[in-house]
Design a protein around this ligand. Sequence first.
Ligand code: ZN
Ligand code: FE
Length: 254
Amino acid sequence: MLQIEQFIFGNDNFCVLVHDPESGETASIDAPDAGTIRNVLEKKGWRLTHIMVTHHHFDHVAGNEALKAEYGCRIVGPKGEADKIPGIDERLAEGDVFRLGRYAFNVIETPGHTAGHIVYHSPEAGVLFAGDTLFSLGCGRLFERGADAMWPALRKLKALPPETQLYCGHEYTLANARFALSIDPDNGALKARATEVEQLREAGAATLPVALATELATNPFLRADSAAIRAGLGMDGADDVAVFAEIRKRKDNF
Ligand code: ZN
Ligand code: FE
């Protein structure tokens, strides 16, 4: 079984290590901080063989060069912004498959937060590493592409198996829940998830991973096509991209 270790660096950056015990290979999903990742590798007795980068933002690549110098690990990341990824060895695009031991990770391009952002989905392990494209109850800010790119990207993630466990770049869920309730106040599944998230954060626990099925029922950014949300926004006849853009705009100003 693929072993997964999730921990926090700084205020809210998730670090995730994945380890295939058969081959001994270990990958870090992004590299927010070399020292934090090294400590966990040592504690687990794992040797870092790969870094799987989702996008070029500094809080996701800051540890690349130090970890590569120390472990000689191979850095794979988005072809569309490869020139901004320190130490990149292999450029990945839509439809490419990255293999860690016997686990295949399908590469899905999700432009929006950055132009070249990619996410990694392993059907066999049942996990999605979504970087800053999809958060629990939220999505990444549209820095480099617009809603017309991000909504189709999110639709690709909506189509993945609902039992998929979602991992992402930041622990933003509590703040996201407050906004989501402002958009979708009568959603019982959202109210239940918001209560669960409050309890987890009070206990100092992470709110991730979470099943994609839960996000499909609760995340307003995945629900731009929901009748209840459209009605609440007074956008019954609008197209999905316009509804998604309006939700994103309200979150930016929340
Ligand atoms: Zn980012
Ligand atoms: Fe980030």
